[in-house]
Design a protein around this ligand. Structure first.
Ligand code: SF4
Length: 293
């Protein structure tokens, strides 16, 4: 904890106004508590509403901010997730795997693109940073933990350190929890009895976009989870947004038109989703165990 507080104080010494990127997830609640309980700094809070959040999220964020007396601001992209996916690529398989998949399919396109990085950037990161700058902030705290989150973040933490300037956004980003393990986080949360996002009661494992295919090739794919935690949202994404077609095209490495023909021969997407919902759980026919970090 001492290292995290040193990182926060050093960053604040160089900036007049800061914000805290807050998602309502356990790491951002922890970071808010760390700053508001153990320092005199009072950053404003920016919640990036990806438009794919559990219905309880915004109210929970407001309640937590109210508890600490933090000023909360909501950032949203000006376009919908569906517009994002159809134009730039669907959020499937994680950043590195999606890039490799696109490289493999350059000369054999399946009728759609996948791109997790651009989705995250345009639906969450950029709107939050734009709002932060509009509020006069030059520093943004985030609850990113580096290698404990995933391999890519681990590499970035090594390359950039806990605090670094992001030229594209004109903002310094500080990740005081860099290096925190799951156990460290759990101990801190238990010690201070931090509030837990109410969607955990539905069985939600992570907070944020409910229908992200970032881990869709693994057994704990969000699609499978969403079927249980929020069936109405599952139906909206898989059937109404027709994400189900994309999942099957990746799963069977088949052109989207062929998938549509097959689905039509089985009675249409609604029928298939009602009768065999599990076929949309993963983008891999044989899902990998767990979620490789
Ligand atoms: S978490 Fe997934 S769905 Fe949400 S913004 Fe990032 S890539 Fe898109």
């Amino acid at each position: 904890m001492r290292t995290a507080l040193r990182i926060i104080n050093e960053a604040m010494a160089a900036h007049r106004k800061a914000c805290l990127a807050f998602s309502g997830g356990s790491d951002s609640v922890l970071l808010m508590d760390l700053i508001f309980r153990h320092t005199e700094h009072r950053p404003v809070v920016v919640f990036a509403d990806s438009q794919m959040e559990y219905p309880e999220t915004e109210a929970f964020c407001r309640t937590v901010c109210g508890h600490y007396g933090a000023e909360i601001h909501i950032a949203r992209a000006s376009h919908t997730p569906e517009e994002q996916w159809r134009r730039y690529g669907w959020p499937m398989m994680g950043k590195i795997a999606a890039r490799k998949w696109m490289q493999r399919h350059t000369h054999r396109p399946l009728g759609f693109k996948i791109d997790v990085s651009t989705c995250c950037r345009m639906m969450k990161i950029a709107p939050a940073r734009r709002l932060a700058k509009k509020l006069g902030c030059t520093l943004q705290f985030t609850g990113v933990r580096g290698a404990s989150d995933d391999i890519l973040r681990g590499f970035r933490a090594i390359k950039d350190g806990a605090t670094h300037y992001v030229k594209a956004d004109g903002l310094t980003v500080c990740n005081p929890l860099t290096g925190w393990t799951d156990t460290m986080g759990r101990r801190y949360r238990d010690k201070y009895d931090l509030p837990v996002h109410p969607s955990k009661a539905r069985g939600a494992v992570t907070i944020g976009c409910v229908c992200c295919g970032g881990g869709s090739q693994f057994t704990i794919s969000a699609f499978r989870l969403l079927r249980r935690t929020w069936p109405e949202a599952w139906w909206k994404y898989i059937v109404e947004t027709r994400m189900g077609e994309i999942i099957l095209a990746i799963k069977y490495d088949t052109h989207i038109d062929t998938v549509r023909e097959s689905i039509d021969s089985l009675g249409g997407l609604e029928t298939v989703a009602r009768e065999r919902p599990w076929i949309f759980d993963h983008t891999a026919a044989d899902p990998l165990p767990g979620y490789e970090k």
